[in-house]
Ligand binder design. Structure first.
Ligand code: G3P
Length: 217
């Protein structure tokens, strides 16, 4: 499963890229507002530190302006992916931009039939929002399972990008359900390394090694 980071904080993303585990980045207007700074300068900085797909979202809601914004976003760097909302205009823009060779990520997906439409529009990525469905008392992970089954039934190449991830368990369950990618907030990404038995096991190894009085270097 590809690991994307859900953030528009260019400095933090550059640091996380050093882990060698980051395959891409997703931004959205709320994350850009939270990070502050100039949108295009931020995108350039992110694209310079992460070579994989970097999703940048349009803010227009009509087809023509979405196309213009999407084409402009794609001039920032070759690895920009145009993020479009799951609306009739958004899917129409997705079809046109994909036909022109611009990869698109269709966002704000909350149902399997929406994901079916995005696949038919030729989207490179579909972003189902797990956490927000859970927030509303629904089972977000069931949506991933349903989309996986539909895409596999018809060999749709659209990649399932599990989004609105809130916990390490979400990451685990999305991987088990067959999501192609998960976009993970920085704090949740850092938590994936953690297990208390790793910490206590390492402490015991170090204590025993120190008792030998030896060195490797
Ligand atoms: O990038 C979109 C998505 O991951 C947002 O997550 O936590 O705002 O529901 P959240």
């Amino acid at each position: 499963m590809q690991i994307f980071i859900d953030s528009a904080d260019a400095k933090e993303l550059a640091a996380l890229a050093m882990t060698g585990l980051v395959d891409g980045v997703t931004t959205n207007p709320s994350l850009v507002a939270k990070a502050g700074g100039d949108f295009f300068e931020t995108l350039k900085a992110i694209c310079a530190s992460v070579s994989g797909p970097i999703s940048a979202e349009v803010v227009a809601q009509d087809y023509e302006t979405m196309l213009a914004e999407g084409r402009k976003l794609r001039t920032v760097a070759d690895n920009i992916v145009v993020k479009l909302p799951l609306t009739p205009d958004g899917l129409r823009a997705c079809k046109t931009l994909e036909d022109e060779g611009h990869p698109c990520n269709v966002t704000l997906c909350f149902s399997a039939v929406q994901a079916l439409l995005a696949a038919k529009a030729g989207a490179t990525f579909i972003s189902p929002f797990l956490g927000r469905l859970d927030d509303g008392g629904q089972d977000g992970m069931q949506l991933i399972r349903e989309i996986r089954a539909i895409y596999d039934n018809y060999d749709y190449p659209t990649q399932i990008l599990a989004a609105s991830i809130r916990t390490a368990s979400h990451v685990r369950d999305a991987a088990i359900a067959g999501a192609d990618c998960a976009t993970i907030p920085p704090a949740v990404f850092k938590s994936l390394y953690k297990h208390h038995l790793t910490d206590s096991g390492l402490a015991a190894f170090m204590k025993d090694w120190a008792a030998t009085g030896q060195k490797i270097l």
